[in-house]
Write a protein that binds this ligand. Structure first.
Ligand code: GLP
Length: 239
């Protein structure tokens, strides 16, 4: 595991955007994308870099990590709408370059796993971390060998997401499993802000703890964790 303690949030974001940019600028890269507030500046920076540089992302293919269940794909708060707004449209990419977890079909998880296999696997998977240590929507209690499946969100996650929804807040989602994520050739996690400091401390001090599913990612031989000063602020504290 490689840990990058960035000197500022801006540097942390730039580090992640640069790693992604370099991978995406190669032909036929398969990239796994994550959502959440943490990633909004990463996508903005990637768009800026692409517009400034000589970027060609037209031969990349993108897999989304997770999606809420029970909402039409064009609902403004779905992860599909998020990625269209922050990434797909600003970069002029085509929808045919994206795979979205089929949240509405009972056979969706199996279909998604098949599609991942057919693609030859993910070269680089971008990841955030939830305040309860979830990865994608692998909530506490998830196991290392879990696959893409429909999951029930925990009360903390439902609470954390509620501002994005007006009336009905989703209680279920489809998410790549931890075992699915571990099959990506590289993992790149970004954590920013004080609200992530406790989970980052826990992650660094523990292995294979289902209560913090992110700890399973430490099994991966190419796992890079990029932290801003707030997210890394509790790392060396023994309290
Ligand atoms: C969301 C997503 C995760 C994301 C996490 C953190 O619910 N399912 O993929 O990493 O929660 O989100 P944020 O960056 O807004 O803190």
């Amino acid at each position: 595991m490689r840990i990058v303690e960035a000197a500022s949030t801006t540097t942390a974001v730039e580090t992640v955007a640069t790693l992604l940019f370099d991978k995406m600028n190669r032909s036929s890269a398969v990239i796994g994308l994550a959502t959440g507030n943490t990633m909004i500046p990463v996508y903005a920076e990637l768009v800026r870099m692409a517009k400034e540089g000589d970027a060609n992302f037209q031969s990349c293919f993108f897999f989304m990590l997770d999606e809420y269940q029970g909402f039409p794909a064009d609902h403004p708060s779905t992860f599909k709408s998020y990625i269209e707004k922050h990434f797909l449209r600003p970069l002029g990419l085509k929808e045919s370059q994206f795979a979205f977890p089929p949240a509405q079909h009972t056979d969706g998880p199996r279909q998604y796993e098949e599609l991942l296999k057919e693609s030859g696997g993910i070269d680089l998977q971008l990841l955030g971390i939830g305040r309860n240590g979830h990865v994608g929507f692998n909530e506490p209690g998830s196991l290392a060998n879990s696959r893409t499946r429909i999951v029930h969100l925990t009360p903390e996650t439902i609470e954390a997401n509620k501002d994005q929804f007006q009336n009905v807040v989703p209680e279920k989602a489809i998410s790549m499993g931890i075992g699915t994520i571990l099959e990506a050739r590289e993992l790149l996690m970004l954590a920013t802000g004080k609200s992530k400091a406790d989970q980052i401390k826990f992650l660094l001090n523990h292995h294979d703890e289902p209560q913090c599913p992110a700890t399973f990612l430490k099994r991966h031989s190419h796992f890079t964790l990029v932290l801003d000063p707030d997210a890394s602020s509790r790392i060396n504290l023994n309290i």
